[in-house]
Design a protein around this ligand. Structure first.
Ligand SMILES: [Zn+2]
Length: 401
């Protein structure tokens, strides 16, 4: 039966006027982030101790740990670490990203927040990290499909066109996605190949063993170890009873509209982060805007993306087309899930940490800094600058709340 998206009529939005009233100044925004991160007891991000004190004048930083004697703020151990952008602007950026169904370009953020386009681009990528959350196992029925992102061949120069081998999606970047009909949650991922190993590996990671899988007639899905049905798009069959992939196609539609209308170019190098943003936004769409903001702000903690790591060569093309891909590398956690599904061994949640998806650019740091090697912090770390215990207070221009 057709469903008219009941959550849309029930969900409560926040207008721009209400948003400005929510964050009238920097202190209010800082308190909002602090209350979300530490609802009960403030915890030192350096050593994990709860024996902390608030600095009334918030200088040089708002809090101090009585055990390790270091100062800290709510930015430490989150994607906002080392950022000098006011927290109020971060909160407004979260709102803009959460409520714009086709995404927000860095140029729009630059104009709306009064920061440089480069800062806005970096900020948007850090927010994309925050959108990525663990979707859990889909119990189904699960629709699985893949799509291709890239420029049209007819718009390319002849020289570029000649370099493309093959037809159809040749030269484009592939994305595979799954939509759980039971919860209407989506999981998606940019992949280097659409071969059997990659696509079936994706299904094994996201679908529960008892889930029913619906796909199109692609050969890669033929030997899926699940209850599986396919619709034959080549014979113009798009729906056969409950068997269709229209849910996940509708998710692709949103991604494509954003590609064409908002971003204009999605490079394979950064594509996966955009895909995570769209999946994350899809998964909170039914909630009230206030809950969406809180969920995204919560997703910022325990993650880190430095600018150096963001622009570092990750083996993928930074142009709009995905030429010259390296040998596909499957993330470690996918292998573990696959091996476990064959051997029947139980898996511990630590080995399937979804943050590992971003192992090229971001490392898990939960709880931040505790007993961890710190070489993943490619940028400057809080105490690599002169802001450790007993250090000289930072100047007004570099103070962070
Ligand atoms: Zn401490």
């Amino acid at each position: 039966m057709a469903r008219r998206a009941p959550e849309k009529s029930h969900r409560k939005g926040i207008t721009l006027m209400q948003l400005m009233a929510m964050f009238p100044d920097e202190i209010t925004a800082a308190r909002w982030f602090e209350e979300l991160r530490w609802p009960d007891e403030r915890e030192c991000p350096h050593c994990g101790s709860e024996n902390t004190m608030a600095k009334a004048n918030r200088r040089p930083l708002p809090s101090r740990c009585r055990d390790c004697r270091k100062f800290f703020s709510v930015r430490h151990g989150s994607v906002m670490e080392c950022s000098r952008i006011p927290l109020r602007k971060w909160a407004i950026a979260i709102y803009l990203c959460a409520t714009s169904l086709k995404g927000v370009s860095s140029m729009k953020l630059h104009r709306d927040l009064g920061i440089t386009q480069k800062s806005a681009w970096f900020m948007a990528h850090r927010l994309r990290e925050a959108f990525a959350t663990d979707t859990g196992l889909f119990t189904g029925p699960v629709e699985v499909d893949e799509t291709y992102v890239g420029g049209k061949r007819r718009n390319m120069s002849t020289a570029k066109r000649r370099t493309l081998v093959g037809r159809g999606p040749a030269g484009k970047a592939a994305v595979v996605g799954a939509n759980d009909r039971a919860t209407n949650r989506v999981a998606a991922k940019a992949v280097d190949s659409t071969n059997k190993e990659t696509l079936q590996g994706f299904v094994l990671v996201h679908a529960a063993p008892e889930a029913e899988i619906y796909t199109d007639e692609a050969k890669a899905y033929k030997t899926l170890p699940f209850e599986h049905e396919a619709v034959k798009h080549s014979a113009k069959e798009y729906v056969r009873g409950a068997v269709h992939t229209n849910g996940v196609e509708s998710f692709w539609s949103m991604l494509k509209r954003a590609h064409k209308g908002t971003f204009h170019k999605l490079s394979p190098k950064h594509l996966d982060r955009y895909v995570q943003e769209f999946a994350g936004r899809h998964n909170v769409r039914g909630q009230d805007t206030k809950d969406q903001l809180e969920q995204i702000a919560g997703g910022m903690n325990g993650k880190r993306l430095t600018y150096k790591a963001l622009i570092r060569d990750n083996g993928r093309a930074s142009g709009a087309n995905a030429q010259a891909y390296p040998t596909p590398i499957r993330p470690v956690w996918e292998n573990r899930r696959r091996e476990a599904s064959i051997s029947g061994e139980p898996l511990d949640s630590a080995s399937l940490n979804p943050i590992l998806r971003f192992d090229e650019v971001s490392r898990p740091c939960l709880p931040p800094y505790m007993g961890m090697e710190r070489e993943w912090c490619n940028g400057s770390t809080p105490d690599s600058k002169s802001r450790g215990a007993g250090s000289t207070p930072v100047s007004r221009s570099t103070r962070r709340y």
